[in-house]
Design a protein around this ligand. Structure first.
Ligand code: GLC
Length: 420
């Protein structure tokens, strides 16, 4: 997918004094859109979507730069490029939590004139809201996300159990199945508690499903939920290693048949159904996440959009690309082939999409009522404070939760004060 240097350019470099300058101009003049993203779930589906874009724009190249899959690591790479107004970036993927920061920094091109209000209505309102800053829309939604509970249907059926409605019930089911199966390699729960953005999502789900708030660490309901994760999940229902798991590592444990329950985003369904990569294909059920007694389940709102770089030299082409990759046709392709939850509402009435993943029909409520993380241009600082606090709180048996919460509250308040 990368292009070779034009021949004339190679010659210019080797033959001419000042050849580099000539080379750079040639390079810049050859039409290409440069896109920064993570490694797609299905590179073939992305290639198909890109090829159909290129067929509509003959002579235009699309150059992909594949960054790290971790939201936190990709954020660091991208912010460095955007801060430098790096012209090698025209379009980039944005996690739902970065959008306010990027817009406030002036890194994303406002798209109001290109992305009409009628078009915006085709998407989930929460996604458009997350892209709106200062009255302007700063990107186009690619997919939405919400945390879900995957479970070993075969094991729950065997033991006469229904998917758990509360977290303590899940822990009891784990104990019961583990005792009966007597398999030391079988863990109870697999999720993402490594110190990165995924931890924020996982902890938000425990805390909010106990009536607490993640940006209010000192709320007794927040502390009680974290105490439960520390005492009942880490090193008990889940292996100690869960403190180092991201999406991939936690999914690997579950898809190799070594965990009973697993928290992940909708895309995992597709991976788990493929017998060439999953030893639990056909044995998995999907449900809403549990809650604490007396509370509603809470799924963290995730999702990604495409932003156009404010310093792009080809804003029209960049917009055309972003528009194509978020079109109904391409979102259908990504839903069916990558298992990504579409950000376009109409696709939830599309039989092909609904057939492809139970999350898109039965669990639509989880997708629509997902809980957003705090929205702020200084979200990275807030997230870092929550990550440090959360990892220490749930990772250390003897953690002094109240003292840690006090420190985290001070850090969050400091981040918020910087805005005033
Ligand atoms: C998913 C979500 C994203 C979240 C990330 C955390 O990619 O879509 O919003 O921040 O997971 O790991």
């Amino acid at each position: 997918m990368t292009r070779s240097l034009p021949l004339a350019c190679v010659l210019a470099v080797s033959l001419l004094a000042g050849g580099m300058v000539a080379c750079q101009r040639l390079w810049e003049d050859s039409p290409a859109i440069r896109v920064v993203l993570w490694r797609p779930e299905s590179p073939a589906a992305w290639q198909e979507a890109i090829d159909s874009f290129k067929a509509q724009h003959p002579g235009l190249e699309v150059v992909l730069e594949i960054g790290p899959n971790s939201s936190t690591a990709l954020h660091d790479l991208l912010t460095q490029k955007l801060r430098n107004r790096d012209p090698s970036v025209d379009v980039f993927v944005m996690d739902v939590i970065w959008q306010t920061e990027f817009a406030a920094a002036g890194w994303t091109l406002p798209l109001d004139e290109r992305f009409s209000p009628e078009e915006r209505e085709q998407f989930f309102p929460a996604m458009i809201e997350a892209l709106t800053w200062g009255g302007h829309v700063h990107g186009v939604p690619l997919n939405t996300d919400a945390g879900l509970l995957y479970y070993r249907k075969d094991l729950l059926d065997k033991h006469g159990l229904e998917p758990p409605r509360t977290w303590p019930e899940m822990v009891r089911q784990v104990e019961r199945i583990e005792v009966a199966q007597a398999d030391p390699a079988l863990a109870g729960y697999s999720a993402q508690l490594s110190q990165y953005e995924g931890l924020v999502c996982n902890l938000l789900e425990f805390v909010v499903s106990n009536g607490g708030r993640l940006d209010d660490p000192q709320d007794p309901r927040t502390i009680a939920a974290l105490r439960f994760v520390r005492d009942e999940i880490v090193g008990k229902a889940a292996p100690e290693g869960v403190l180092t798991y991201d999406e991939q590592a936690s999914l690997d444990l579950f898809r190799s048949g070594r965990a009973i329950f697993h928290r992940n985003w909708p895309y995992a369904w597709k991976v788990l159904q493929d017998p060439s990569t999953s030893s639990v294909a056909g044995k998995v059920g999907l449900a809403r996440l549990p809650a604490f007694e007396g509370h509603e389940p809470a799924s963290c709102l995730g999702g990604w959009s495409l932003g156009v770089h404010a310093a792009s030299r080809r804003p029209d082409m960049a917009w055309a690309f972003a528009r194509h990759m978020t079109s109904e046709t391409v979102q259908r392709l990504f839903a069916v082939r990558e298992g990504k939850a579409p950000a376009r509402r109409s696709l939830y009435d599309d039989p092909e999409v609904l057939r492809s993943n139970p999350a898109f029909s039965g669990l639509r409520q989880a997708l629509e009522s997902a809980v957003p993380r705090p929205r702020s241009p200084l979200y990275p600082q807030i997230s870092r404070a929550i990550q440090r606090f959360g990892h220490e709180a749930v990772g250390d048996d003897d953690s002094d939760l109240e003292a840690l919460a006090q420190k985290a509250a001070r850090r969050i308040a400091r981040a918020e004060e910087r805005l005033r």
